[in-house]
Write a new protein. Structure first.
Length: 276
């Protein structure tokens, strides 16, 4: 029973910021499944999100594979970063987001892969009893190549996400481009029976417009108090396991750490899958 608990605990992608629930309209939870796993921090603001990126492969036809995307996120207002080492979970859930979708992946040749998805889901703030409809779509290309003894992956991603309030005036959308490289070192290690390869990566994000991530409910606030998503860079390392730990639909492919930085948003991220 304990290994299952550990696996699911490590699968959680946790975003931590500092905010009072009564002062913030936490529309950020609508984008929880698209921000990437990790522990996020901003200056003076606070909120927590746990994202579980479940998926299930349905089958394949020729060079095309297709499957279900089943990401679930829950948010909290009483979770601190210091609680993480002890797995001290919050007392109550503040937000819930579920954005199921369909994924199609095409292998153009042995080096080029094309990935795409369409999601349509729902999110709800359990504190205010308000909900939002969420939809997102994206397309990516991944190129595998070697540099001497180093194997590398170059990734290009373009994606869009939007939410609309159900029965109240709230809406927002954003589109972004992400470019990055993930490089494996010519080393192999084994610990506790698990073989893994150290890898390093760097990636950059370009948002077509600034996205309000946390917005105070009051209208008499300084816009500089907003926390927005802006162009950012990220770098870090992962340990890529030879075999997925856990289940195929809910397993750990990698374990790593990274740092993301932008004008007013920085993050230390815990990674459990391909980081780009």
């Amino acid at each position: 029973m304990k290994p299952i608990i550990i696996i699911f605990s490590m699968l959680f992608s946790i975003i931590v910021m500092s905010v009072k629930a009564e002062d913030i309209e936490p529309v950020h939870y609508a984008y929880a499944n698209y921000l990437g796993s990790g522990i996020y921090q901003t200056t003076g603001q606070n909120a927590s999100l746990i994202s579980m990126p479940f998926s299930y492969e349905l089958g394949h036809e020729g060079n095309t594979t297709y499957g279900l995307r089943l990401p679930v996120s829950v948010g909290f207002f009483d979770f601190e970063l210091a609680d993480l080492p002890n797995l001290d979970l919050p007392d109550s859930v503040g937000t819930v987001t579920f954005t199921p979708g369909i994924a199609f992946n095409y292998q153009y040749n042995k080096d080029w892969f094309i990935e795409s998805y369409i999601d349509l889901g729902y999110g709800r703030n359990l504190t205010t009893n308000k909900g939002v409809s969420i939809h997102s779509s994206g397309v990516s290309t991944l190129y595998h190549f070697d540099i001497k003894n180093y194997d590398a992956i170059w990734a290009n991603r373009l994606y869009y996400a939007r939410y609309d309030g159900n029965g109240y005036d709230a809406k927002d959308s954003y589109a972004a481009i992400q470019l990055g490289i993930d490089m494996g070192l010519p080393l192999q290690y084994q610990v506790l029976g698990y073989s893994f390869q150290p890898r390093i990566f760097a990636t950059a994000f370009w948002y077509f417009s600034e996205v309000d991530f946390l917005t105070p409910r009051t209208r008499s606030f300084d816009e500089e108090d907003n926390v927005t998503l802006t162009n950012s860079v990220e770098f870090g390392f992962t340990l890529k396991f030879a075999k997925t730990i856990g289940y195929s639909w809910a397993g750990i492919e990698r374990l790593g750490l990274s740092y993301r930085y932008s004008k007013n948003f920085s993050a230390f991220r815990l990674l459990f899958s391909f980081p780009i």
